[in-house]
Design a protein around this ligand. Sequence first.
Ligand SMILES: Nc1ncnc2c1ncn2[C@@H]1O[C@H](COP(=O)(O)OP(=O)(O)OP(=O)(O)O)[C@@H](O)[C@H]1O
Length: 685
Amino acid sequence: MNHSDRIVALTRNKIKVIDPVEALIIRSWERCLDSYRLDPEAKRHEPIVIERQTLTDHQDQVTELLGDFVQEEMSLLYQRIASSGHSVILTDRNGIILNYVGDPALSQQFAQAGLRPGAVWSEKEEGTNGIGTCLHEKQAVTICREEHFRAQHTQLTCSASPIFDSQGELLAILDVSTLNSRDSKQIHQHTAALVRMSAKLIENLGFLRQWRHQWIVRFHSRAEYVGHVGEGLIVVNENGQILASNQNALTQLDLNRRDALLQRRLTDVFNTPLSALMAWAGRQANHVCLLQELAQGRSYYALLRTPQFPTATAILCRQPAHVSTTTLCNEAMTAVNETYTCINLANLAGRDPRMAANMRYAQKVMNKGIAILLQGETGTGKEALAKSIHEASQRANKPFVALNCAAIPESLIESELFGYKHGAFTGARREGMRGKILQSHEGTLFLDEIGDMPLALQTRLLRVLEEREVLPLGCEQAIPVKLNIISATHHQLGDLIASGKFREDLYYRLNGITLSLPPLRKRTDLDHLIRCVLAMENGDGQAVHISSDAFELLLRYDWPGNIRQLRNVLRTALALCTQQTIMVEDLPTEITGVSAFDSCQWIYGSAKGELPLTGVQVAVDAPAMESVDSVNGDNVLKSAERNVMLQELERHRWNITNTAASLKMSRNTLYRKMKKHGIALPSTH
Ligand SMILES: Nc1ncnc2c1ncn2[C@@H]1O[C@H](COP(=O)(O)OP(=O)(O)OP(=O)(O)O)[C@@H](O)[C@H]1O
């Protein structure tokens, strides 16, 4: 069957199609046949190319909206995937090619194929193709060889991803095209993932640029992702009214429509007014603060970016360094490279017996090639411990290489971990890539969030561990590797094994010894740790004090975010306090709220014959609470009760039985109180 007959047979349902990707292509073919009346076998034609001056105008328009860094990001993407036959292309929303980065030796061939600045690659002109079909579908697509409608384009393979403006309108397309690739579509998924990430990055940077004269709240449910490609962005004016948001913000907040945010006030969405964020940004520009979303009580970390006025010299929030795709893939590494100046194996234990036992075991096994598994809730210090073990070991002068299995897309983990040979697949770098396993040769490989590793990769990893050699993609010869693995997880791997999500044999390989890090609320040396972390955060600054009331609250708080949260809270408190003394009012409501809730529970609960909550009975001055919440006393108590419930629900991952038990109330009472406070169970917990 020739190209044309195949298209017609598939489009007219003469061959059944099940795959949704194919369905997208069939839709496009239908448009080409029925709406644009194109002929797949039409004799070779030249794409329309717009005039030079018009092209310059189009380029200026897009550069004005997206900024100069587009070219830089395109070059970075090109370097990452550089191999013969690739070019990185930017088009505007009409499919006009604006910029092109590619191998100069091949530019002639690309130009002959019609891929040159000024050429129009809309579907209407060129039939089904990466750029045109992406424009129409407004989603990332990969169009491989015969999937192109025009027979003359079947030498091309293109992965394209849309770039939207802050109103959600399509602005541009980022595309990577290659000529005469013989790889399967599946193999192109690696390139497609990189294109999607770069497009998202350009979109975010364009967003920040477009709204550079307004306040922007940058947030994510994980502190380390603020400033990265997945962060949510919400623009507010000085009255706290929301002007725009990016798609990530909607995804993070579980909203499906942009207008669900527009024209609302920041305080309709989060528990913190803009004024509080401004005060924070003025004093502690570089650090994230904790926000609570009102609808479901989820916590987010946020940075406020101050408006950039031409003369601004004073308070400027952190403008994260240019985040390239490479940094995204190395997220785990970035986290490990945080300054742990005063954390080492000797002082990590603090004065907690369980931690001290962990350190003793670590000392005993760290030079014996025994795999160490670190288990603990988020923020308990697993990465810090892994790094300290490496630094205390005999391989301290060898590399410490980290991979966060949950932070990078599934399609990229394989090549990040195992590496690949030059030309292993479309998008492979010319010189190939060594992969984290080989990079860590003789050093330590730290596999964070191992519970999130896809099953297929678990099998490959197991083979590497058993055979002590690695076979990068596209290589025929395995390379011997000397591996020392430390892995970490917040999951109970036993549960994952029971549900078939984790291989039991891999678990035994990784678990030469398990070190369980206690949550902060169970550490016996919390007082000592608070002092250490405070000293660490204070750096070389003047001596700092904590009032006994504030210290008491810190000791009694449950710390769902563990040491990470403790660091953040103390950072904020340090920034807010006056005369180097941290007072109750310098602490966030989720901490001060506990005491108010307890007294409120004591008042209301006893009247209804219910037990008081956790037994915490710390008196906090009502004015302090009022100044935080700016509400009357009754509301303070209600809001405190709500806060504590949300916090406990979050801590127990919205398990009603466990939350009710920890709050010492029946499940029915918990449901009743949740209803009273308008707390709904999130669907994804
Ligand atoms: N003993 C300690 N003293 C002071 N700070 C610590 C200590 N242990 C960890 N931290 C700090 O706490 C924060 C969280 O630590 P880390 O990232 O190691 O936790 P984690 O358990 O790996 O978290 P996650 O599971 O979310 O990745 C980091 O900022 C780290 O510097």
